[in-house]
Unconditional design. Structure first.
Length: 454
C-alpha cells in the first residue's frame, strides 16, 4: 500500500484489527454468546418471509451453486458473499433481533452473517469468530452513535453503520493490519446506504438494507486484504460520512472509552416482535393493565408519550397493509400487546388486521414528551396515559423495557426465545433445533466453525 507511513491510523481501525478474545472481559464474552444464540433464532425465523426468499433466490442464482458457507434453514450452500446476503436478509425481518439503544442500531443482523460465512470458509475457530463479532459490535455501535439523531431521521442506521460493523468483523477474521482495516473502513463507508422512505408503502427494502450492508462490509474487508485502498478519513473528512449523512455528528463517540467501555454489553434483546420504538410504550401499557386489572374492553384512549425518533419512524404508518408494516404501527403493537399480553410473531400474523385489533389500534396516539425525548437515545423510557371507558385517567411508566441491560433476558429465556423463533420458521425439527442451540452456547470451545445445523 502507498504512503502508509504518512497515514494516521484511526484508533477505531487499530482496535478492530488487534482485538483479541482474551482482551474482552468475561461478562462481555458471555453477553456476546447470548447475542449469538439470540441472533440464530431470529435468522431462522425469517427464512420464510417473501422478501428473504427473493434475496436468497437472487444470491443462489449468482452462484456458486455450492460452497463452504451455510444458508441457514436450507440445504443450500454458497460462497461467503452469497451466504451473507441471504442470512443477513433473514436476520432482520422478524423484528426479533437485538438493538443498541444509544446508536439505534441492530448489530446482530449485519455482524453475525458475514462473520459466520467467512469463519466457515476459513475454518476459523469459535474464539476467532467471537472476537471478530465483538469487534464488529464495538465498531458499528460507535459509528451509529457518531452519526447522531439527525442521521436516523432519514437513514436506517443498521444499513449505514452496518457496513462498517461488517467490515470490522470480517477484517478481524482476515487478520487485517490496522492500515488495511482503515482502508476497509473507507471502502465500507463509501457504500453506506439505506433510507426510511420504504416504510410509507410497506416496501421490502429493510431486508435489502441488511443484506447489502453485511455483504458490502465483507467486500470492503476482502478488497483491503488484496491491497485495495479506501478513503483515509471516511468519518470526518470534508466529503465523508458526517458531511453527507449528519448535522450533529460527534467524532468523540467513535473512540469513547475504547477498550474499557464495552458497547456490546449495552445491547438489548427484543421481547416484542416489532420495531423497538414501540416496546417502551407497549410495556408501559401492559404495566397499567396489570396493576389496575384492565381488559382491552376497558381502554377508551391510549396516549403514548414518546421521543421524536418514534414519531419520525412510526408516524408514517397509520393504517398498515402488510404484517411487516404493522410492526411499525404503534397502535397495532399496543393493540396486540393489550389483547395477548405480548406482541409476538404469531399474534402479528394472525391478528394484525383483526377487527378487535384495528378498533384498539385506532384508539392509540403518540405525542412528543420532553423528558422522554431528552433521555433518548441513551434511555428509552415508556410512558402512557390511559383513558378508561369508566372515565379514569391512569398513568404508566417503564424506565427499562424488557430486554434492556437492566431488565435483561436470562440464558433460559434466550434459549426459549430462540427455540420459539426456530419453530416459527418451520425448517428445523424441534430435537435438531435444541441440539443446535445447545452447541451454539459452546461456541468459544469450537476448534473450527462448521455448519450450525449439521
Amino acid at each position: 500500500m502507498k504512503n502508509e507511513t504518512q497515514v494516521s491510523i484511526h484508533p477505531l481501525a487499530r482496535f478492530a484489527a488487534t482485538l483479541c478474545w482474551e482482551d474482552v472481559p468475561l461478562q462481555v464474552q458471555r453477553r456476546a454468546e447470548d447475542l449469538w444464540v439470540d441472533w440464530f433464532g431470529s435468522a431462522l425465523a425469517g427464512q420464510n418471509a417473501r422478501p428473504v426468499q427473493s434475496i436468497t433466490r437472487f444470491a443462489l442464482s449468482q452462484g456458486p451453486a455450492a460452497g463452504p458457507c451455510e444458508i441457514l434453514g436450507s440445504a443450500a450452500t454458497s460462497s461467503p458473499l452469497m451466504a451473507t446476503q441471504a442470512n443477513a436478509a433473514a436476520s432482520h425481518v422478524a423484528e426479533q433481533d437485538d438493538v443498541h439503544n444509544g446508536s439505534v442500531f441492530h448489530p446482530a443482523a449485519v455482524v453475525f452473517p458475514p462473520a459466520l460465512a467467512v469463519a466457515q470458509s476459513l475454518g476459523a475457530s469459535g474464539v476467532e469468530l467471537m472476537q471478530a463479532c465483538v469487534a464488529g459490535y464495538e465498531v458499528g455501535i460507535r459509528v451509529g452513535e457518531f452519526l447522531g439523531r439527525s442521521h436516523y431521521r432519514i437513514f436506517h442506521t443498521t444499513a449505514t453503520a452496518g457496513t462498517l460493523a461488517a467490515a470490522a468483523a470480517v477484517g478481524r477474521l482476515l487478520k487485517l493490519t490496522p492500515e488495511q482495516m482503515q482502508h476497509a473502513f473507507g471502502s465500507a463507508g463509501t457504500q453506506s446506504a439505506g433510507l426510511w422512505e420504504f416504510l410509507r408503502t410497506g416496501a421490502d427494502s429493510k431486508q435489502l438494507h441488511t443484506a447489502h450492508a453485511a455483504s458490502a462490509g465483507l467486500t470492503a474487508a476482502f478488497l483491503a486484504k488484496d491491497g485495495f485502498t479506501g478513503a483515509q478519513d471516511i468519518f470526518t473528512g470534508p466529503q465523508g460520512l458526517a458531511a453527507g449523512m449528519s448535522t450533529d455528528a460527534n467524532p468523540a463517540r467513535l473512540c469513547d472509552r475504547l477498550g474499557t467501555r464495552w458497547a456490546t454489553a449495552e445491547t438489548s434483546f427484543k421481547w416484542h416482535a416489532s420495531c423497538r420504538h414501540t416496546h417502551p410504550a407497549a410495556d408501559a401499557l401492559l404495566q397499567v393493565m396489570q396493576v389496575h386489572g384492565l381488559t382491552p374492553a376497558d381502554l377508551a384512549q391510549v396516549t403514548c408519550h414518546v421521543h421524536q425518533g418514534a414519531i419520525d419512524v412510526l408516524g408514517p404508518v397509520v393504517r398498515p397493509s402488510t404484517v411487516h408494516q404493522s410492526k411499525f404501527s404503534m397502535g397495532t403493537v399496543l393493540a396486540l400487546a393489550a389483547r395477548h399480553g405480548h406482541a409476538g410473531l404469531t399474534e402479528f400474523d394472525r391478528d394484525y388486521l383483526a377487527q378487535e385489533t384495528v378498533e384498539l389500534r385506532d384508539k392509540v396516539s403518540m405525542e412528543l414528551d420532553a423528558e422522554v425525548d431528552a433521555a433518548y437515545p441513551r434511555r428509552w423510557i415508556g410512558k402512557v396515559s390511559v383513558q378508561t371507558t369508566d372515565g379514569r385517567l391512569l398513568k404508566g411508566r417503564v424506565d427499562e423495557p424488557k430486554g434492556d441491560p437492566g431488565n435483561t433476558l436470562s440464558r433460559e429465556e434466550i434459549t426459549a426465545k430462540a427455540l420459539r423463533l426456530i419453530a416459527y420458521g418451520g425448517h428445523v425439527p424441534a430435537e435438531r433445533a435444541q441440539a443446535a442451540v445447545a452447541r451454539l452456547w459452546q461456541v468459544a470451545q469450537w476448534p473450527r466453525v462448521r455448519r450450525l445445523l449439521d
